[in-house]
Design a protein around this ligand. Structure first.
Ligand code: GLN
Length: 316
């Protein structure tokens, strides 16, 4: 009997998951241990999911395991900052230049007097600063409302344990914030702003939900199941542009060269990868490479890009 396209894709994903996840394959021993539950016990997890812009889904492995968004939240915070303030206003406060530096680096675009881009902590802290709301709680609620539309899960929430853990192991973000305020790059109450940024980092999702969030971005900002817009199309373009240049920490250039799709990674070992007008991919595997990107996540995205010709400049 002839296989449907859906079955062919499922078979490919199963095979990639098996090859890349095999014991002794990609090292999975480098996990970041500063938030519960103990990450070392989660090192073996490997979930892969995809959602296309019509709402067809595929999943393999631990695709329904929850983990904190961490740096992936920067994508959505930046989107809301754009929606609240407009492109010009946001550009004055945070640039769109790849920094080539690690996510927590203390470096700025001295010429334009702003963080290099919104995908590193300095820029994400400014993006959180730009989100409208009369209190930190209101800002977080507005972010959560958007995240629920992206994912289609009305129950998405901040994991309070993860947030508490981050709030007490946060010296670098605290110093970065005070430094930026002294330079006039950040305004208002520092603690409140850190709370907003870290609450967004502490929202938990599954790889399956992450793939729906990616599919929403791939569909120009509208959720593929509900059609509800999470972000206007014009700002979706901006967010995707920044992701392709700056989404993979200091390996962003190599990623654009090898894989050629917009993506954002996080220290929790997740990767969000929207392929415009086609499909959204979500991967979760906590073992990180030396850049802080998920080892298996990078490998599986690279293989998917090769197999399905997803690189933006792939041969037609
Ligand atoms: N919450 C983390 C931090 O700000 C996010 C880091 C990350 O995923 N790279 O340190």
């Amino acid at each position: 009997m002839e296989q449907t396209e859906r079955e062919i894709i499922q078979q490919q994903l199963d095979e990639l998951h098996q090859v890349i996840g095999r014991p002794g394959g990609i090292p999975d021993n480098r996990v970041v241990a500063y938030y519960p539950p103990a990450m070392a016990e989660r090192a073996h997890l490997f979930g892969l999911a995809a959602t296309d812009i019509e709402g067809t889904q595929w999943q393999v492995g631990d695709a329904e395991e929850r983990f904190p968004l961490h740096s992936i939240s920067k994508v959505f915070t930046y989107g809301l900052a754009l929606e609240d303030n407009g492109r010009e206003e946001v550009l004055l406060r945070v640039g769109v230049e790849p920094s080539g530096d690690p996510f927590n680096s203390i470096s700025f675009d001295e010429v334009n007097h702003r963080p290099f881009n919104p995908m590193i902590n300095a820029g994400a802290l400014v993006a959180a600063n730009l989100v409208h709301g009369s209190s930190k709680e209101e800002k977080v609620e507005r972010l959560l409302t958007r995240l629920r539309i992206y994912s289609g899960n009305p129950d998405l929430a901040v994991d309070e344990d993860v947030l508490a853990e981050q709030l007490v192991s946060n010296d670098r973000n605290v110093s970065l914030s005070y430094l930026m305020r002294s330079l006039g790059m950040l305004h208002g109450n520092i603690e409140d702003n850190l709370y907003v940024y870290l609450a967004a980092c502490s929202v938990t999702v599954t790889a399956l939900e992450l793939s729906t969030m990616a599919a929403t971005l791939a569909r120009g900002g509208a959720n593929p199941f509900t059609g509800v817009p999470a972000l206007p199309r014009t700002y979706t373009r901006d967010v995707l542009s920044v992701m392709i240049m700056c989404g993979m920490y200091d390996a962003a250039g190599q990623w654009a060269y090898d894989v050629g799709i917009p993506a954002k990674s996080s220290v929790s070992g997740a990767i969000l990868a929207p392929i415009p007008d086609a499909i959204g991919v979500g991967v979760y595997s906590p073992g990180l490479d030396r850049h802080g990107n998920s080892g298996r996540g990078v490998a599986v995205c690279r293989a998917l890009s090769d197999r399905f010709g997803l690189h933006v400049f792939a041969d037609p």
